[in-house]
Design a binder for this molecule. Structure first.
Ligand code: ADP
Ligand code: MG
Length: 235
């Protein structure tokens, strides 16, 4: 059973359908890529999965349980974590406190301080732990956001362009982190424009275009798919 299962999801903004009958599954232990041109509907799909936007139709299941009518807080308690395309950190709080706020909501709340120290270490953020989050460059800020999502120990982790603003060395470390998070048994869903990162870390990729899934498969096959190539070239 997939950790996350989306079926038949349709969302309209006015007359335009941002999502049109979308299905997606993400399994524990795997990194599932979600790619597609700007405006394809990727962030909207994350909003539907996390409960920030109610779909016109369709279902969302977490660990087999239908959560379509659950609010975002309950979904998060059921193991859903996410990051946002636009950073949503507590800018004046330190990096450590940003993670601590999240850890105190999670299953390790009694040992939150210790869990946060381990997480800072894992993310290589220990050196900047006492800086205010808004003092960090974007690439590091995104890492803090990923840390905040991880602090809640999610079973499903949605990442919306987490590597945007990272340099090549940061992206390489980030790829290793994603593999290790998946290896812990998390179902990771990655929205990402950096195709070399997608190729390096994803087990399977879903391609969205104009609100529809136009291809699903292993990254190498998807990259060669003619419909996918045409969508990216605007043909
Ligand atoms: P992506 O993340 O793939 O770039 P989005 O999910 O942000 O795409 O957007 C999908 C489509 O829905 C786009 O056409 C976008 O303009 C539209 N859209 C997104 N959010 C809103 C909104 N709050 N109101 C109206 N249209 C929106
Ligand atoms: Mg987006």
């Amino acid at each position: 059973m997939p950790s996350l299962e989306v079926s038949g999801v349709t969302v309209a903004f006015g007359r335009a359908k941002a999502l049109d009958g979308v299905a997606l599954a993400a399994e524990a232990g795997r990194v599932t890529g979600l790619i597609g041109p700007n405006g394809a509907g990727k962030s909207t799909l994350f909003d539907v999965v996390s409960g920030l936007r109610r779909p016109l139709s369709g279902r969302v299941r977490l660990g087999g349980r239908d959560v379509t009518r659950m609010n975002p807080a309950r979904r998060s308690r059921r193991g859903l974590g996410r990051t946002f395309q636009r950073l949503e950190l507590f800018g004046r709080l330190s990096v450590r406190d940003n993670l601590l706020v999240a850890a105190e909501l999670g299953p390790q709340r009694r040992h939150a301080a210790r869990a946060v120290d381990a997480l800072l270490d894992r993310l290589a953020l220990t050196d900047v732990a006492d800086l205010a989050a808004d003092a960090l460059p974007t690439g590091l800020g995104r890492l803090v956001e990923v840390g905040r999502a991880l602090a809640v120990r999610p079973s499903v982790l949605l990442l919306d362009e987490p590597a945007a603003g990272q340099d090549a060395a940061e992206t390489e470390r980030f790829a290793a982190l994603l593999r290790s998070v998946a290896a812990d048994g998390t179902a990771v869903v990655l929205v990402e424009h950096d195709m070399s990162l997608v190729m390096a870390v994803c087990d399977v990729v879903h391609v969205l275009d104009l609100g529809k899934v136009i291809a699903v498969g292993p990254p190498e096959a998807v990259r060669r798919d003619r419909t996918v190539v045409a969508a990216y070239l605007g043909a």
